[in-house]
Design a protein around this ligand. Structure first.
Ligand code: GPU
Length: 829
């Protein structure tokens, strides 16, 4: 922090860029408004004001950022550090301004500065368009990890893609999802710095040539069909308390001017421009699926593009500091966020062997030491694989390398399991059961020294099911690192009222040592503290009610139980099971209008992949049920349903703090971890959930008596499937379920249109892949227990406090420390 007593003119100048008193900030803001934005207050738009404030904050990050790079350099030169590189096709950082103010420790000073000038800080913070460079949990996890790496002081780079258009904006029209292009860069991005001088070239297509070098060794040359350039854009990621400032380095694709187009098309200007357009297409848009669409050539190019840029960049930095490629693995460790960057295994081999003349065996040792692989799904259809032919068209040299890795690996397999050709076929990097595919998860398992799942249950299921053969082959590679989320963004920033209440009684150490929340336990039974706790929740619910009214036109009662499910739309997540509960309550109230029910507000939010028809139909169903329930005079004041459009990080920050009940109701064995479950519970919501993903561990931590558990367990799901699951049996024998399904089928929620939801109902009646019908009654019974519990506000509040007090484990700081110990073998500084 700057010493505010320094008054010399020179210091005054410096304060414009660094000072952190309200006066310094106000002065710096006006300066940036004038010199960076070219405006004075009377001419400034809200975006001008936001930009000026963002530059003011960025200036204050600069010193830490530069110091960080200096420190890297020194430590690197002394060969005393290993840098963590987190390779991820997705990052969802959320809006930067508020978070940077929090982490710099100048939130209050900045609010005062803005007040002095007559501006409202929250309004300026709200002006920021968030970088939606991810789909959901996986991308958000990467950003939570970046926050934690900086906070616990681990030097790190996040490497990814600078999509020009991120995840689409969602609008709801007539109850249906409509996708709108996300133009997040339109008003400028004050947080990024382009570094065109650090560009990298990436080859694509073409063929290989095998030849003997001067010493008679066989070498390979890749003659590409084309080359594109990657330009890095850096964004600072400051740790809490300003400890260190790491870098998120995202690559944008551009055409290579020097690519000699003239030779091919003399004077063909148009074709040259076309080439530019083609190159820039690579980083044009994020694929909006949270599981891969098989065989999209551009997606493979995107993955290879950012991986190649990143690895070349790592080698470049090493070289600059005098390191040879042979000690790559002593300077770096790189984590593969799912298989999306797993082509890195073959690319590092290529760079070392073909371009840096390292022997295959040595290169392989370096590669395995460098990489770790995190798996995020058990859904077999979500495991990435590429048709061999397409793979070879784009990456001819990598296909050869994959074949060579596979040849050596299968030799090893045959030694370990002599005569078991089926085992070899199951393990092979190439799926030869029909059309031939390159299996990216297999490449990752073979090329990495560590493989991990993202929750205890998930990691166990990886070992026993999806990656069973690899576990048999390399048991020592397998680990679990249960996910976590950053308490900075998900508590301190998004729930300032709760944060202040907590810090008021236990101090603010919990922000970096989340286990300290345990100190809240003694207050769980304190009536005065409970009263304050309830008031905080009530005010947060008020704010969310306003947001819901503004966004959807639905007026909801802040005194009702806020029952919330926000996450991507997916059949396995079972938003439609939640809908069956709503319909059941509705039918009960229609039949017994005098019955006494706990008023509830059901809130949904989440995007559906644009090509996922069933998920989109579920959104339509939610909105259709909302339309009927919200306007029925018999139901008024008792049930409300709202679908909050365009759920993203920003809206999440307004939703989690206001929830009473968190819906985590996936079919057991389907959700790898979930992280929304953690955000809700940290903010005092109780969970209704199945024994799936991290729910299992959340329940262990908060105590079974403070968690609403229902539903089939993983082994029961498997047993039922093996016995032959027949959803119709449940329909026939359960009148309430039958009534709910029949109401949908009859067109009751669709203005008499009985066809609209037929695909959904038919699928449930015939297959019900995610066993909603089997879990229906246990879910309803559990929801009745929730309602009963909510009537006892004292006990509910007690449970809410205990939930928060016991969430320490789910800080991403803990998760990142585990990666450091078990997988990366690096010590936080
Ligand atoms: N997840 Br695979 C994604 O968000 N996208 C993906 O492509 C894949 C997984 C999620 C899991 O569904 C969720 O359970 C988990 O908490 C999250 O990754 C982070 O590990």
């Amino acid at each position: 922090m700057e010493n505010q007593d320094e008054v010399s003119t020179g210091e005054k100048c410096r304060n414009i860029r660094t000072g952190s008193s309200p006066d310094d900030i106000a002065q710096a803001f006006l300066d940036n408004l004038y010199y960076a934005q070219g405006r004075i207050p009377v001419l400034a738009t809200r975006n001008d004001l936001y930009m000026a404030l963002a530059y003011t904050v960025r200036d204050r990050l600069a010193a830490r950022w530069v110091a960080q790079m200096q420190q890297f350099r020194r430590a690197e030169l002394k060969k005393s550090i290993k840098v963590v590189c987190y390779l991820s096709a997705e990052f969802l950082p959320g809006p930067h301004l508020g978070n940077n103010l929090l982490n710099l420790g100048i939130y209050d000073e900045t609010r005062q500065a803005m007040e002095q000038l007559g501006y409202n800080l929250e309004e300026l913070i709200d002006q920021e368009t968030e970088p939606g460079l991810g789909n959901g949990g996986l991308g958000r996890l990467a950003s939570c990890f970046m926050d934690s790496l900086s906070t616990i002081v681990v030097p790190a780079f996040g490497y990814g893609i600078r999509y020009e258009f991120g995840i689409f904006d969602q609008e709801i029209r007539d109850g249906w999802q409509v996708e709108i292009t996300d133009k997040w860069l339109k008003l400028g991005n004050p947080w990024e710095m382009p570094l065109p001088e650090l560009c990298q070239e990436v080859k694509l297509g073409g063929h290989t040539e095998h030849y003997q070098d001067g010493q008679g060794r066989s070498r390979v040359r890749w003659i590409p069909a084309g080359v594109v350039e990657g330009i890095p854009y850096d964004t600072p990621i400051l740790g809490y308390g300003g400890n260190i400032c790491n870098t998120l380095r995202l690559w944008k694709a551009e055409a290579v001017e020097s690519f000699d187009f003239q030779d091919f098309n003399v004077g063909n200007y148009y074709a040259a421009v076309e080439e530019k357009v083609k190159s820039e297409t690579i980083t044009k848009v994020l694929y909006p699926n949270d599981e891969p669409e098989i065989g999209k050539m551009l997606r493979l190019i995107q993955e290879y593009f950012f991986v190649s840029c990143s690895l070349q960049d790592m080698i470049r930095i090493g070289k600059m500091l005098g390191n040879s490629p042979e000690c790559f693995d002593q300077r770096y460790v790189a984590q593969l966020n799912d298989t999306h960057p797993s082509i890195a295994v073959a690319e590092l081999m290529r760079l070392l062997v073909d371009e840096h003349d390292v022997a295959w065996e040595k290169a392989w040792e370096i590669t395995q030491n460098t990489f770790g692989y995190t798996n995020h799904t058990l859904l077999p259809e979500a495991l990435e694989k590429w048709p061999v032919e397409l793979f070879g068209q784009i990456l001819p040299r990598h296909l050869e390398i994959v074949y060579e890795i596979n040849r050596r690996f299968l030799d090893q397999v045959r030694l370990a399991f002599p005569g078991d050709e089926e085992q070899a076929a199951r393990l092979s990097l190439i799926d030869e059961s029909g059309c031939r595919y390159v299996r990216m998860a297999h490449l990752a398992c073979v090329g990495c020294h560590a493989v991990n799942g993202v929750a205890k249950l998930h990691s166990e299921l990886l070992k026993s099911e999806v990656l069973r053969d690899f576990h048999e082959m390399f048991p020592e590679k397998f680990h679990n690192v249960t996910n976590g989320v950053t308490p900075r963004r998900w508590m301190a920033l998004s729930n300032p009222r709760l944060a202040a209440l907590i810090s008021g009684v236990i101090g603010d150490g919990w922000i970096t040592q989340l286990d300290e929340l345990r100190k809240l336990e003694p207050f769980a039974d304190d009536p005065a503290f409970q009263e304050k706790w309830r008031r905080v929740k009530r005010e947060n619910k008020n704010d969310l009610a306003t947001l819901i009214l503004n966004r959807t036109g639905v007026a909801v009662d802040p005194d009702s139980l806020f029952d919330i499910q926000v996450k991507r739309l997916h059949e396995y997540k079972r938003q439609h099971l939640n809908v069956l509960h709503i319909i059941t309550l509705y039918a009960r109230l229609k039949r017994y209008p005098a019955s006494d029910c706990v008023p509830r507000t059901f809130v949904f939010g989440g995007k559906a992949a644009p090509g996922y028809a069933m998920a989109k139909l579920i959104i339509k169903l939610i909105n259709s049920v909302a339309g009927v329930v919200n306007t029925d005079p018999d139901i008024r004041g008792r049930l409300n349903v709202a679908f909050l459009p365009d759920f993203n990080v920003k809206t999440g920050q307004q939703v989690y703090p206001a929830a009473d009940l968190s819906e985590q109701i996936s079919l057991a064995g389907e959700e790898a971890s979930g992280t929304g479950n953690m955000k809700f519970s940290m903010n005092g919501a109780l969970t209704i959930g199945t024994l799936d993903g991290a729910n299992v561990e959340i329940r262990e931590e908060v105590g079974a008596e403070n968690f609403f558990l229902f539903g089939l367990k993983v082994d029961e799901v498997e047993e039922l499937k093996a016995r032959g699951y027949d959803p119709r049996k449940y329909y026939d024998s359960n009148p309430a379920l039958r009534e709910a399904i029949d109401l949908i089928r009859s067109g009751h929620f669709s203005g008499g249109n009985a066809q609209l939801f037929a695909p959904l109902v038919d699928l449930l009646m015939q297959r019900d892949n995610y066993m909603l019908f089997a879990d229906y009654q246990p879910y309803i019974d559990c929801q009745d227990r929730v309602s009963a519990a909510f009537r006892d506000q004292q006990n509910w509040t007690r449970m809410s406090i205990l939930n928060v007090a016991r969430m320490g484990k789910f800080s991403s700081d803990r998760a990142v420390r585990e990666y450091c110990d078990m997988i990366w073998k690096v010590q936080p500084v």
